[in-house]
Design a binder for this molecule. Structure first.
Ligand code: PHE
Length: 338
């Protein structure tokens, strides 16, 4: 009996030593210590042994069982550690590997400049309004003192939808819509898309404008000059010269075109400013009393100014871009520069 136990112990030990994986260890456990395992059967067989010897063999069998169990546990621990080691080695996060590149878009240059311009006027107390792009002739022309067949309509190459409906050629139409609905005091900017049948290096059939106007008692030309100077200095730099040049718009009287000192040659004269040293940035003027009459304001009580600028034009001047079509071509080499 003793011999048998020793040989069981030896063979178990040898098998355990020779295992090379966790499953094999588990199988050895079943083979020796399982319900019908070799050692378990020996323990079961104890009852058949003479009483005097039973105790001693029982002790030895239990010790052997513990011994084998211990070997199994140690071997298991070895394999588990090796497995963990392997996982740590193969699944390690290498923080030095360059990350995956996720292309990330950004705002279009005209959107950036428009946002910047809006911010400037909001800071001076203007509020934002919008109007429709498909507009009645009445709001785009008639109420702005462009009577039908007036030659001034030629200034704007209009897309007609019907005789009475156009794609708005400027955001000045929003002036009328707002003044019809609200009484002064008003201090409004109206950004939006406008359309003209025109296409070359400085014109596209669709472009963006920002209209601004202010109406109250005793608003004067000096308010207009002050506000536009703040605007020009904020966008083009505080030392930029600004001048008002007489002009004509049917809905303003007097009217002006506002120039800044050429941003390319600083006023010395170049091809961009056509050697004048000045570049036009927007149209403006004091709102014509005829417009006030159309919206039911008393022209003797109220005065106001209005101005309108092209966002693409301001963006081109700010960044020295010489072809407006670049804004619409979606060439990443161009867009990525902003
Ligand atoms: N609406 C004019 C244009 O599109 C600009 C302008 C706006 C002029 C307001 C004077 C006052 O050219």
């Amino acid at each position: 009996m003793m011999k048998e136990i020793l040989s069981i112990k030896d063979s178990a030990q040898e098998e355990i030593n020779n295992t090379d994986n966790l499953d094999a260890v588990q199988n050895i456990r079943i083979k020796y210590l399982g319900k019908k395992g070799i050692l378990t059967n020996k323990i079961k067989a104890l009852s058949a042994i003479a009483k005097e010897e039973r105790r001693e063999f029982g002790r030895i069998l239990n010790e052997t069982k513990d011994y084998i169990e211990n070997l199994l546990i140690r071997k298991e621990a070895l394999f588990k550690a090796a497995e963990l080691d392997n996982v740590l080695k193969t699944q390690r996060i290498d923080v030095t590997v360059p990350g995956c590149f996720t292309p990330f878009g950004h705002l279009h240059p005209t959107t950036k400049v428009l946002d910047e311009i809006i911010e400037i006027f909001l800071s001076m107390g203007f509020r934002i309004e919008e109007g429709p792009e498909v507009e009645l002739d009445y709001y785009n022309f008639e109420a702005l003192n462009f009577p039908k067949d007036h030659p001034a309509r030629d200034m704007q190459d209009t897309f007609y939808i019907t005789d009475d409906v156009v794609l708005r050629t400027h955001t000045s139409s929003v002036q009328i819509r707002i003044m019809e609905k609200h009484n002064p005091p008003l201090k409004v900017i109206a950004p939006g898309k406008v359309y003209r049948c025109d296409a070359d290096v400085s014109h596209t059939p669709m472009f963006q404008q920002l209209e601004g106007f202010m109406v109250d008692k005793s608003i004067s030309m000096s308010d207009l000059k002050g506000i536009l100077e703040v605007f020009a200095h904020a966008v083009f730099g505080p030392k930029t010269p600004v001048r008002f040049r007489p002009s004509f718009f049917p809905f303003t009287e007097p009217s002006a075109e506002v120039d800044i000192g050429c941003v390319i040659c600083s006023g010395k004269g170049c091809s961009v400013c056509k050697n004048t040293g000045w570049i036009e940035i927007l149209g403006a003027g004091m709102i014509n009393p005829r417009v006030f009459e159309k919206v039911g304001y008393d022209p003797d009580l109220y005065t106001g100014f209005a101005f309108g600028m092209g966002i693409e034009r301001i963006t081109m001047l700010k960044y020295g871009i010489d072809d407006i079509r670049l804004f619409f071509e979606n060439d990443k080499r161009f867009l990525e520069q902003f």
